[in-house]
Structures are given as C-alpha cells and as structure tokens.
Design a protein around this ligand. Structure first.
Ligand code: PMV
Length: 331
C-alpha cells in the first residue's frame, strides 16, 4: 500500500463561492497556511481483483464523497483501476476542524502515486479540488495561494519563512450543522452581500501576500481578520442565515483584540465552524495560549505552526492503527 500524510490548512484569505457549473472551481483567489501536525493519512492500493472500490475510514466516516472522488480520479488520471483505500486523521474530525482539505490532498497524492504517476504535487490541484476546494492548497507546504483562474496553487513562502504559532481554540465538539459546500451555495444563492464579498477579496489577497513576505503580523491581522469577518457577514446575510459561531467563538475574538490592546501581536481567523485559529509569534505562544485557554467555553487549545507538503510514509502511522484497534473493541 502507498501511504501519504498531508496537513490541513487555514485560509487567511478565504474561498467562499464557486464558479457556477464548474466542480469546486473557486470564484475568487484564496491564500492559506498549511498546518503542521493537523494531519490526515491516506493509504491506497490498486487491486485488480476488486469489483468496486473498498473504502475504510478509521474511525468510520462518510463513503459517498470518497467514492465520488475515486471516480473523478479515474477520469482525471486515466484507467479503470479499482482501489483499496484507508483514511484517517490525527486530529478530532468530529470537532469541526477542516479534515477534508488534508484528507483529499493525501488521497489525491496517494492515488496518483499508486498509479505510478510522478507529477509534481501542485500539478494535482485540479484533481484535489474535486474532493474539497481547499484540499488543493494542502498539496504544498508553507503559505499557499490558490489561483482558480489558472487552476493552480503556488507557494507564496515556505514554512520556515515565518516562525509563527497557530493556536486552535476548540469551542465546540459538535459536528457542524451546515457543511462548507452547502453554506457556500446558500450564501451565493441568497446573500445580497456575496458579490461584494468576492470583489473585496482581491485587495485582501494583495495585502496578505505582502504581509507574509514582510513577516508583518500587524498587517496580516488587519487583512486576514477583515477577510474572515466579511465572509461570515456574507454568510449571516444568507436566507436562512448561517451563523457558525458559538458564544465562546466571539469571546476568543474579543480576547485576541484585548491582547492586541496590551501590545501582544496576535490575530485570528475562523472557517465555517465555531473554532478560532489564533496566530502569533512563536515566542509569544505560551502567553497567548494561556489567555485563550482561560476564555470561558474554550474546551481545549491545539498548537500548530506552518507545516510541510504531503509526504510518502513507509507504513501506516501508529495512531491510525490505534484508531482501528479502538474501533475493533467498540470504544
Ligand atoms: O474546501 P471546502 O469545501 O471545505 O471549503 C472551505 C471553506 C473555508 O474553510 C471556510 C474557507 C477556505 O478557504 O478554506
């Protein structure tokens, strides 16, 4: 079996709208940081004896999107091979952390490798995005821009460029009620602010790109927070409204602003869920983490930093075997 590990990513300029009719082709550019340690693994093997694909999630997960993706992969890469697939994530999937990006980046890379295709990772962007739009950004490490007009992903800066800490404040462990896919479609169809959101994103991209190149956390915060809040504002104005936040989500945002008023450089971003990702300099991580952890309603804080591109593994990681064993004994 070919084993690939890929990291999730956090969008600093977000993708929230598709080109109508084109499968997961974003209507605007986006830019993310790849998240070290928030990892998904895909194991893939071509098996000519299989009549159908065999998909095993550890622990169990949805079959349909993976099966649809394997059909896409056959169409895109060519061939009629059937696959045996094993999938899992090292972080809590049910906690509403973006695992689809890391899962489909790992799966696209593993399927291509299992078919003996040795394309550079970025060349798989048009395939990975069919599983989940944001997955194409997880094909590269560091700071990654998705340019949908060219159907490509490019590295803006490598992971080592900026010694940042990225703290994930988990405020709810409930699975989210409306998926990104459905939320995006509803916003595009019913929010009067959706067009304005798409147009505003272009200047955010320029500023966030420049802030990364200059390692300017104040400028990054100003534009990434603005971009995040405008996405949520457009979603809130959908009909029926989309409110992804919990009370603790707002409390963490306020805590980040309070930290800034006290001179601690930190900023946040929030995807289509209640968790808040807080970015700060690595040497301030302890202080910021303690402040975020103390916010009522914060259940736990995961610590990450800019991470690398998908990588081939020699074997399944131990935590994936543990997930299988837990399932076997019904825990
Ligand atoms: O890739 P999807 O379909 O899970 O959508 C991602 C949507 C956001 O996470 C909110 C924004 C983004 O660019 O990642």
């Amino acid at each position: 079996m070919i084993w690939v590990a890929a990291n999730s990513n956090l969008a600093l300029v977000k993708y929230w709208g598709k080109v109508p009719g084109a499968a997961n082709r974003a209507a605007s550019g986006s830019l993310s940081v790849t998240l070290d340690g928030l990892t998904s693994v895909a194991g893939v093997e071509v098996d000519p004896s299989l009549g159908d694909d065999q998909v095993e999630w550890r622990p169990p997960g949805p079959q349909a999107p993976v099966r649809a993706f394997l059909d896409d992969a056959r169409a895109w890469l060519g061939g009629a091979a059937r696959f045996r697939v094993v999938l899992g994530s090292s972080f809590p999937v049910a906690a509403g952390l973006a695992s689809s990006a890391s899962t489909f980046a790992a799966l696209a890379t593993a399927v291509a490798a299992a078919l003996g295709r040795a394309e550079p990772p970025a060349a798989l962007a048009p395939l990975a995005r069919l599983g989940s739009g944001s997955a194409c950004r997880s094909l590269l490490g560091g700071f990654v821009e998705w340019r949908p007009e060219a159907d490509e992903v490019v590295e803006v800066a490598p992971a080592e460029h900026w010694n940042l800490a990225i703290l994930v404040a988990v405020t709810s462990e409930e699975p989210k009620r409306v998926s990104s896919r459905d939320g995006m479609a509803r916003t595009a169809a019913t929010s009067p602010y959706h067009r304005a959101w798409l147009e505003a994103g272009a200047t955010d991209l320029e500023d966030v790109r420049a802030a990364i190149r200059e390692r300017d956390l104040e400028r990054l915060g100003r534009h990434a927070e603005r971009n995040c809040l405008r996405m949520h504002a457009a979603a809130l104005a959908a009909d029926p409204p989309l409110l992804y936040w919990e009370p603790a989500t707002v409390a963490v945002m306020r805590e980040v602003w309070a930290l800034r008023r006290r001179g601690v450089e930190a900023c946040f971003s929030i995807d289509a869920g209640p968790q808040v990702k807080v970015l700060c300099r690595a040497d301030a991580a302890g202080l910021v983490e303690a402040a975020v952890r103390a916010v009522p309603g914060v259940r736990r804080v995961l610590r990450s930093r800019p991470g690398g591109a998908p990588r081939l593994l020699d074997a399944a990681p131990a935590w994936l075997e543990t997930a299988a064993a837990r399932r076997a004994v019904g825990r």
